[in-house]
Design a protein around this ligand. Structure first.
Ligand SMILES: *[C@@H]1O[C@H](CO)[C@@H](O)[C@H](O)[C@H]1NC(C)=O
Ligand SMILES: *[C@@H]1O[C@H](CO)[C@@H](O)[C@H](O)[C@H]1NC(C)=O
Length: 332
């Protein structure tokens, strides 16, 4: 008896379907990584609930104890623990953060929370490098060590903190000041580190202090047709030029191979704010009385913050040129 074409087609479909569903339910380090990447924890509205549950499940499946501490409601710190054979010794902490910077989805080749994997093995997702790969590697390393019967001498803790990308105030800062943190009796801690395409892991032992520098200029407003002295824009542009020159001197060290990026003071313009808004954009025939520029400035550990402040005071935002500035440090 001949099988009807329709039945044959249905049969083929069911095979294809079962193959697809078996490949999508595959549980490997890569699929677990993809799973973690699909949680949207990008700012400005990261939701930590589902990724934390996922991590707790992962942790429990490999026999780690899990505990969440909410210093600020909706912003949990997740702490996993692998007990050592001598828990009285100072312990070890591995940290990573749950959140990521925002993603402009329309500019992505693959949606930023799809964790799409290409045929050549590249995975696309916001937060993949910074730093969900790190958080997943901690768990996969432990899974691997445990499967080989390894038991650590010291207790190992793994923390997953929220809000790192916006300064860590409601995350690591509260955690580090807490009694829970003190009770960990840490002897050594490793932070997020950096993703690396190869098999080696780069370890850093220093970090730069980020400064949010905002310089503001004031000046006499004037008609756009006349050349005045001391307009706000002129005052600001003088500073912008000086800062650009300074940036070049630092960058030259890097370009000449005399210093690493992380060893110089970087200062990058991030916004400019000036002009008088109109219904179609800006009033074009008027020189504004205020203008402002924002910079991301990073100081390496050996740079003297007082010397930097003096430079800003005297050259970049001098009151003699009707300028003011603010510096907010993300780390204290
Ligand atoms: C966060 O996600 C959980 C489910 O994962 C949901 O129940 C909750 O309503 C979300 N919270 C907010 C503030 O959207
Ligand atoms: C500073 O502001 C004062 C008062 O508006 C003005 O007279 C002076 O010319 C300004 N100086 C500079 C350098 O912009």
């Amino acid at each position: 008896m001949a099988v009807s074409p329709l039945l044959w087609t249905l049969f083929l479909f069911s095979i294809i379907f079962s193959l697809q569903s078996s490949s999508s339910s595959e549980d490997t380090p890569i699929t677990r990584f993809q799973h973690y990447l699909r949680f949207n924890t990008a700012h400005p509205n990261p939701n930590y609930t589902a990724p934390v549950s996922f991590l707790i499940n992962q942790a429990q499946s490999i026999g780690l104890t899990a505990k969440t501490i909410e210093f600020v409601s909706g912003k949990p710190v997740l702490l996993l623990t692998w007990l050592g054979s001598n828990p009285n010794l100072p312990s070890i902490l591995f940290n990573s953060h749950l959140d990521s910077v925002p993603a402009e989805s329309e500019k992505w080749i693959h949606p930023p929370f799809s964790a799409h994997k290409t045929i050549d093995g590249h995975i696309y997702a916001r937060g993949a490098q910074d730093d969900k790969c790190i958080g997943v590697q901690y768990l996969e390393s432990i899974r691997n060590l445990k499967s080989r019967g390894f038991v650590p001498l010291r207790t190992i803790h793994i923390s997953y903190v929220p809000e790192e990308e916006i300064g860590g105030f409601d995350g690591m800062m509260d955690f580090a000041a807490s009694s829970e943190f003190r009770d960990l009796n840490l002897g050594f801690a490793m932070d997020e580190g950096q993703a690396n395409p190869g098999d080696e892991f780069r370890v850093f032992y220093a970090d730069r202090i980020p400064w949010n520098l905002v310089i503001k200029a004031e000046g006499i407003p004037g008609h756009g047709a006349k050349l005045y002295d001391n307009s706000a824009m002129e005052n600001l542009m003088k500073s912008v030029e000086l800062i650009s020159k300074f940036r070049e001197t630092q960058f030259d060290f890097v370009k000449a191979g005399k210093a690493a990026n992380s060893e110089v003071i970087s200062v990058n313009p991030v916004y400019l704010k000036a002009g008088t808004p109109s219904t179609t954009g800006f009033v074009m025939n008027m020189q504004p009385s205020e203008a402002e520029a924002g910079y991301d400035l990073r100081l390496p550990p050996m740079a003297d913050p007082d010397v930097m402040k003096k430079r800003i005071d005297e050259e970049w935002a001098p009151s003699i040129r009707n300028m003011t500035y603010t510096v907010s440090e993300l780390c204290h």
